[in-house]
Design a protein around this ligand. Sequence first.
Ligand SMILES: *[C@@H]1O[C@H](CO)[C@@H](O)[C@H](O)[C@H]1NC(C)=O
Length: 391
Amino acid sequence: MTPMEILGILFLLLALYCGIDPFKHSAISGFPDFKAYIVDMPPKELIPTVRDKENLLQKSEIKFLNQVQGPESIAFDPLGRGPYTGVADGRVIFWDGENWKDFAYTSSNRSELCNPKPSLLSYLPNEHICGRPLGLRFDKKTGDLYIADAYLGLFKVGPEGGLATPLTTEAEGMPLRFTNDLDIDDEGNVYFTDSSTVYQRRNFMQLVFSSEDSGRLLKYNPHTKETTVLMRNVQFPNGVSLSKDGSFLVFCEGCKGRLRKYWLKGEKAGTSEVFAILPGFPDNVRTNKDGEFWVAIHCHRSMYSNILAVYPKVRTFLLKLPIPTKIQYLLQIGGKLHAVVVKYSPDGKLLQILEDSEGKVVRAVSEVEEKDGKLWIGSVLMSFIAVYDLA
Ligand SMILES: *[C@@H]1O[C@H](CO)[C@@H](O)[C@H](O)[C@H]1NC(C)=O
């Protein structure tokens, strides 16, 4: 045989291996219906290139180390107390100034399955039983806390806490499958995201690999108790935040790395447009007291993910190789942890960027909440809350 023939046979064997995946080693082996979709990436020249060369996020203070597991969302109540945060075992907990106290939970079926575990990943199998609170928001008038639970839907609990009441678990007949984040307007309407109707939170990596577009932006009306779909066919919608004047909201498009603006009032009500192209792939967004938007960037853009975004067939092929899911995911997010937070003006201008490009101190960010000149930074991948002093 010639070298070319040997190479040809090896290639065939590899293709056969990937096709059959006999040892179920691939990142998508448990997902027979997996399909990869094109991500229509923003034009390169529109992607911000500014960097924080000083890695200012590394100056953050680490708080509550090993007292909070995977705090995604951080909220303060209308009296300024807190923080409150949702953790990996399904509880919403409250810092009373001295200790963490249990505040609320979404599952009525909690058991020893929800007890503390050695690693963040070991909570995943029971999340649908214990609940997994992601987005948190207080209604400033009533003091009620609204909770987006990734598995159980949208909830509300009174200022005294305890078992939260479910508000909605479906929209237009389609169950919520990955409730992610929410905000509330002055009339008590809740705007929230369902990241996918195919993949649940514990499979968020497969959702990223697939980039399927069943994600939705939704509205819950407390008077009619109806949930309506405001936008559909979104690839991994994530954080959502109302503008200071309530005339629009912005929400994160996870796969495209954009912020989209959805008009709630005025002539353009009900329409949407691109608000900002982000330097990476976003998680949550929060509005500060000046009406500016802090966006938590889960990871920076990389050449690898930019190229694979437009070649779903190549992506599928690579995913069939016997490479562990975590490694595939790490490649997808640029090969390393890289925390970024960005601030945008109310009209979409990039104002500030803070980074920890080595993930040294702030390993990753899910949310940034500004309070009294400080940024409170939570992440589903951290066992602490990072606090950055803006002064
Ligand atoms: C309650 O939790 C148990 C496991 O502790 C599970 O087997 C059961 O299906 C759950 N019930 C409901 C209604 O979710």
